[in-house]
Design a protein around this ligand. Sequence first.
Ligand code: GDG
Length: 458
Amino acid sequence: MTRLVIVSNRVPAPAKEGAASAGGLAVALKAALEERGGIWMGWSGKSSENDEPGPLALTEEGKITFALTDLTGKDVEEYYYGFANRVLWPICHYRLDLAEYGRKEMAGYFRVNRFFAHRLAPLLRPDDVVWVHDYHLIPLAAELRQMGFKNRIGFFLHIPWPPADVLYTMPVHEEIMHGLAAYDLVGFQTDHDLENFAGCLRREDMGDAIGDGRFTANDKVFKGGAYGISIETAAFAEFAKKAGSHHLVQRARQSIKGRDLIIGVDRLDYSKGITQRLDAFERFVVNNPAHQRNVTYLQITPKSRSEVPEYEQMQRTVAEQAGRVNGALGTVDWVPIRYINRSVSRPVLAGLYRLAKVGLVTPLRDGMNLVAKEYVAAQDPEDPGVLVLSRFAGAARELKRGALLVNPYDIEGTANALARALNMPLEERRERWQRMMDYLLEYDVSRWCNDFLKDLVD
Ligand code: GDG
């Protein structure tokens, strides 16, 4: 079996608390590496003081070699914050109003990708299969090709892919499209993203879909497909069941006694629709006096990318909004919203999912959204909660037969869905949950990983 080489911006730390606690993606990719032997390369997360980052740091773990590189402060500023997170992230989430096109940042992005290619080159063997992850590293294959590498190279995009009208507002869209066309397989989360990609190829007569999952561009044929990422469903279900005895989960259960818990879990990011969701919860409480004082909404929101101005601003907006709603609707013995602006441990998170009657997952745009899948897997089969899910999450395409789908821009509609979820009879809850769970057990993260690698190698 050929070796596998994974390249991603960040590389996970070794798992300490067992499989499900590490996050499904890391577990699945490590298992694939363990099976075939291989390398996982990425940024160490550190920036070097000098202009020249030191040598690659290599660590062995079983049959896996982790290869980490530092970047310079300028690299991090331009490639990571500047282009990846202030251009590609907003553009791919349809937020062209938030994209900041700096020439320096664009150049930095391509420069760091070249740097990654040069760092990887001495480690690569001719028959290695390379799997590149996410928007930070789109030009990597083109750089490797330019250096003469003929290896199989695949790319998976974890975030959405926008339509041509949105993508083409970006000055370097051509380079980005050429970058994607340099891969042997380009994977997206959903068919919808794949269609958008084909539309982008067509728009400037660069290429087209030619059927059977194949595309042409630059006189070359390559494959493209939709591979919805998932979680370790069975392991996470077991993990959540056990998490019920965690002392913090018991304390949470005690503190909401007699009330229904609604849970929202998101990195603090404008794509997640947190402010619209708080509005919807407020509307729900106002419209449903019978539920007042009987419901608690818990929003867990770890900080994220605080160096980017839009995120820093949002941090204030969400905190103010939660405070305002609590001030307006709270009573001497009831706080409607509990807002936690930091990360909670994975066992506590799993236990809280299981406690909650409703999982409220309403991104404005999301590649997949693993929180939706984790919420479903964590439920008690005898008395499962209801998933209220945005139609703009990739997960909606897979879970639509069980979740209550909402348009997160429609505050009244989301408020109504909350009422419907909290009033849903047990039998309907069980049926809906079972449909979602059956799907998630079949299409778990190992399936995602194997399907992608099979298409890459075939
Ligand atoms: C990108 C795409 C795509 C969150 N808060 C805590 C915590 N989390 C964990 C969740 C979940 C993960 O973070 C978030 O994953 P999502 O998929 O929901 O969202 P992104 O971070 O935006 O991920 C997304 C994903 O890539 C994979 O391809 O689905 O669309 O945007 O696992 O549980 N974990 C802990 N404490 C927290 O407070 N322990």
